[in-house]
Design a protein around this ligand. Sequence first.
Ligand code: AMP
Ligand code: MG
Length: 491
Amino acid sequence: MTSAAQSTVSLDGRLDARFARELEEMAIPWQAEPVPDPRLLVLNESLAAGLGLDPDYLRGSDGLLLLTGNLVPSGATPVAQAYAGHQFGSLSPRLGDGRALLLGEITDAEGHLRDVHLKGSGRTPFARGGDGLAVVGPMLREYIVSEAMHAMGIPTTRSLAVVATGRPVLRGTMLPGAVLTRVASSHLRVGSFQYARATGDASLLRRLADHAISRHYPGAAEASHPYLALFQAVIAAQASLLAQWMLVGFVHGVMNTDNMTISGETIDYGPCAFLDAFDPATVYSSIDDTGRYAYGNQPVMAEWNLTRLAESLLPLFHDEQEQAVALAQEALAGFRRQYSGAWSAGMRTKLGLPDHLDDDVTSPLVDELLGLLQAGEVDHTSFFRSLGAAARGNPEAARSVFPDPAAFDAWARRWSALGPDADRMDRVNPVYIPRNHLVEEALAAATAGDLDPLQGLLDAVGSPYDERPGLERYAAAAPEDFGAYRTFCGT
Ligand code: AMP
Ligand code: MG
């Protein structure tokens, strides 16, 4: 490749610094730490193409420097972003990017502004006691799970690449270091608003809200009360997102307010995991002792986080505190309604039932089924998929997973009588999700230098609804001896 060609594919002049410019009180210009020996582990070519980036450039030596923050394109101003966060219920007023940098914003092929962000790029002024680093396993976990979520059509930050740094990182033992390049419609969080509010600077809070409206909800600017409209839009986005998580059995694991976006994208894949057996009390995270972020608690915790957002926005709702609170409460009441509506509609689709059916018919059917799944410790994902086959007249796979198939048969007779549409079910019930035992297998192999299992898993979960011969092991439930699953946070 000629040097002239190279200059056309680099990011020189393509990264804006809009956040840094508009919200400088919340942005500390900073540099990544040098990496000794960058090696590409995985590159998302289709995402790169959508951003107008040349995969060959990203694979090359300059590309790897860029993907580790060691080459800053001209015009870019990498910053560590400030934010606060309620972590497991207690407020940390100054969290911020302790090991991450916002490189800048890029306009994608569809004209949308997207953050390009590095995770694991070294200590920043927000690092506190942390080393600022990340290791291969957890960065690949984020890559796998975020791309699986995207493939299922669930709003999420994306993963552009994971680059091994060549630097060992101490995590109990020495593990290989890595940097993840994350792409998001922004990194504005509930915690960003908590931070702005806590500064007491009314103009900063207003500027942050205006920035959020302009980036995510431009329609709110036309509303009679733009800031209330912003809040209502975040509520609607999160209600929809939470319903989608619940419908596919996603457990985020660390729904702190710094890990909840304003855009409605899923963010921060730390201790996340998908349900194996259906059980609302499921907790995977090793640090979630009380089950605060258990699978079944997630909608309530989202509402709790949105209440913290409301508190941060109060001065923008009304000059009189009492009236501001009343407006916030009225908006917040919409969350349960919208969540329940989205979840019920989604459940109807998972069961292939027509939309016109009355809730009085579908609700008891759904409740009874979830009771059977829980009592039978039935694998969530494979059950719903096998129900598609049942709708086509082959109930054996679905019924055989129940310790008491007769109870399922009785349920299935009532369900079949409603005329379920199997094709509709197959479009929403995934065959392939990042199953816990497969994720662990891929991460362990990649950490030891073998990237094949990672690639195999990414191929499977990249087309989650499209059942393909030869991929049976990606659709199967965890082996009996896999045992109780534990995940670890922030590593
Ligand atoms: P997380 O649990 O990933 O959402 O991170 C919570 C906070 O801890 C954020 O402010 C992170 O930037 C910070 N953090 C997590 N791990 C590290 C690390 N190894 N070094 C510095 N800061 C970290
Ligand atoms: Mg976080």
